[in-house]
Every structure is written in structure tokens, then in C-alpha cells.
Design a protein around this ligand. Sequence first.
Ligand code: ADP
Length: 525
Amino acid sequence: MKLTLPPRIGPRAFDTALGAFAGVVGKDWVMAGDADRDAYADVYAPGPEEQWPASAAVAPASVAEVQAVVRLANTHKVPLWPVSRGKNLGYGTAAPRMAGSVVLDLGRMNRIIDIDPKLATCVLEPGVSFFDLYEAIDREKLPLWLSVPGNAWGSVLGNAFEHGIGYTPYGLHARNLCGFEVVLPDGDVVRTGMGAMTGNHAWHLHPLSYGPTFDLAFTQSSLGVVTRAGLWLQPAPAASLELVFDIPDEDDIGWVIDTIAPLKIAGLIDQNVFVPSWLGKMVLKGQRHDFWDKPGAIPDWRVKELLAQYKLGYWQVALRFYGEETVIRARADVVRAAMARHLAAPPAEHWWHTGDSRNVIDTTMGVPSAVPLQMSDWVGGRGAHMGFSPVVPATSEHVMGQLKRSRAIIAAHDVDFYASFTIGGRFATNINMLMFDRDQPDQIANMKKLFNALIGETARAGYGEYRTHLGWMDTVMDTYDFNNHALRRLNERIKDALDPNGIIAPGKQGVWPAAFRDQAKEGRA
Ligand code: ADP
């Protein structure tokens, strides 16, 4: 990819800035060739990668180097886009929101600083991947489990910072974070929570600060570069039981939610319960042309045929319990009875005990995998996906309303429908996966129209997205409009106070610093 300079920076000034960065990290860790820019491009972009181009990348190896780079970025007015491992596929990968930003690649800072098996915590640098942490725990045979996202290729912290979700009792990943170290936009370093006291022993254990608690203000944020964070882990259970229910019809999702959410809120189910529609299973069986060879969405009659042929319900609920076997048995009895009020067929049951191996593609057991990425192959060609992800209250009324609304909009755009609801307790995260071939301009244009329609109509109905792709960060921020966009105004005031030169992640989540506010209209999909 050819060079796109940051706004208002000439080629000479840019080279000077890169030279200064090289003085800190060494010239091998400033990457500014065409092939380097390709490596940081959004390989799932809905459109050409050139829409969200990085100008270069710089990869520091320590907190002191991050501080030095951030200070130089201020001096040279060069914007940085921090990433941990930059595998945020479907949301922008490693690419920046503002064209010409320099990716601050933290992948070299990949130390597992501490793992405490007794209190089930760890302390990580941003470059630690799910596989790194899984292997370290496995190597030392520590009694700890991870919670992993569908695509576990990236970093543990980057995923949590982006509010990623998993399918275990620790599935709301940002909630497991405890105690941060952050380089602020002026290069200062702060430790949050108890870590604000030198040598405090409870930094990664007590989740609140003395005074305001800032931890989560550094997630989905442009207020600093996180250089380490504490994370709570799940104690390895003695046993685990999976109950798999096939749920026959689309409209059954209503009773499924009304049955499971109260049990989750009451603590009888502790897992984040993932309820995917049938296409979630089909994408692992082949490509769409294996099942339907015409353009446009697979018609409902063919879906019915496929469900019968492959013995699939419209939805599948794979509920998992963790802990002592006697407790699991008691909980499972309650859940089975509650489900049996609506469903005649008993669930398939799979026990696991300490010492048994874990299924490598079962995200509910905390084993990292990239298998779910196979969905990008569904349409063929240079396949990619995006997720449209509103959050809804966990009741049938809201879930059915959202299902019908997004289903109708997606059908009107003639796109295959793949929805999932992940029941997190009082809310459900509704991820609608939209797959497309990046080499088909018609598909991309249709996808963009569809995405805008989904955001607009969903917001009008009273629901917002929890996360989105670079191209819609502003569109989604626009929907958080209470009191004439008071949230954006608050974000901008804080941003401008901490980052007067606007050098950290300008435009992240639709928050623009004064220095680059004129760029907000660029790069919208
Ligand atoms: P992953 O490593 O899981 O692939 P990314 O590195 O793509 O995740 O991070 C996702 C997003 O989180 C980034 O686009 C960035 O906005 C934010 N982010 C990641 N790491 C940091 C960090 N260390 N400090 C601040 N923000 C970060």
C-alpha cells in the first residue's frame, strides 16, 4: 500500500518523526514500506484497504520506549493508533480510524508478568496472545482456565479493551480486568486502582480505586496506551457438564431467553450462554454454494430442508456447568426441568472431569481457537465478515423485537441471516454476522447500505451497538444522542484536556480531538 501521510504533515516532517521513533526503538522496529503498510491493513475491510491506511508502524519493547514514542509523537504532531496484536477482525484489524496514523504495535511487549493460581489472577503485557497464556498455564499445569472469544488469534488484553465477549462464567472480558498501567497522551505513566500506591499488594485484586475508578475509561478509548493490566481467571473446575438442546423454530428464542436469563441472574447458570442460529453450524460444514447455488439469501424453504437434512434446530443452546459434580447435578436438574416445560426432547449430555482432554474447538472450555473464522469462507472469494452487534434486555419481548427487525432488514437486502444471542445475565448481546466477498463491489455496496439501515432502525427502536467497525464508529457514536450528544461532548472535553495534540487514536469510537476534528467526516463507510 502506498504512503498516506497523517493530516497536515509533509513528507520531510514525517521522515523526521520516523527517524526520531527509530532513535528510541531501533530502525528495525519502525516499519514504513509498502509491504509493512499492507501488514497493518484491514484485510476484512468492507471496501479497499486504502480507506483506512496506516502510514507506518512503530513497535516499542518497554514502557519507557512507549513513553518516549508518545512524547515524540507530541513533538512531531504525528498521531498513533495503539494495538496489542491487531487481530480485531471484522472491526478494523490493526488499521487506524484516521488515515495516516502510525500504528503503535505493542506485540513485542508480550511478557506474562505474573500468574497467581491461588487467587486466580494474572498480570499481562498487551502483546500476550490467548495462545501464549493458554500454553503458559498448560506448561506449568496451573489450575486455571481462560475465557476466549470466537476468534482467539489476538491478545487477551486487546480483546478485553475492545469489550470482547466469551462463553464461560468469565465471558464479559472487560469485567475481568483489574488494575492498569497506562501511558497517558503526554507520556506520563499512571497506575490505576490500588496500584496508585507504590508497592500495593492488592493492585490486581480490588477492582475499585480510592476516588474515581478509571480502569474502564481506558477501554474502547483514546485516553492512553495500556502497558499492562491485571486479569481475573476462572479456577479450573473439578468437573463440567454440557447440556445441548436443539431448539426447533425461529420464534422459540423467546421462551429460551425467558427461561435461561432468570436462571443466569439467579446464579444457577454462571456461563455466558451462546445461542447461535443454524448458520453458525452450517459455516463449519462447507461454503454456501454447497447448499444453495443461486445469488441472494437462501430462501426459507431451503433453510427448512437443510435443517431437516442435517438434523439441526434453528437455534442451538449448549449450556455448560462448571465446578463440583454434586453441585452441577443439582443445578442441571433445575435447568433441565425448566427447559422441559417447552421442549419434549431431552438434551444431549457430555461430562468432563479433571484429567480429560478438552475439545479444541469448544470456546465454552476456554481453549483458544480460530476455527469460527471459517465463517468468512461462507460466500467464497476473498471472504470477510462484519458483526452488527446491538445489546438488548434479556427478555422475550426485546429479543423477539430485535430478531424480527434485523431479520426483516437483512432479508430486504437479500443477505443470509446468521444471528446469535449471548445471554450475559440481564442483557443479551445480539451479534448478526454478515459475510461478504471483498472482490464483489455489489456485495460491498449492499453491505454498507444494510449496515447503515441496521444501525439507524435499531437505534430508533431504542438499542445501541456495543462495538463496531472503523467505518461506522462515528455513525454509532451519533446514535448515543441523549441531551444533544452529551456523551460525545464529555468525551471530547476529557480527550482535549488529556491529549491537546490529539495524538492517541484520533476518531476511536467516534471521539475526535480538537486537533483532528476536521477529519471526522473522512473514512466513514
Ligand atoms: P487483539 O490483540 O485482540 O487483536 P487489537 O490489538 O486489535 O486486539 O485491539 C483492539 C482495539 O483495542 C484496538 O483497535 C485499540 O483501539 C484498542 N487497544 C488495543 N491495545 C491497546 C492498548 N494497549 N492500549 C490502548 N488501547 C488498546
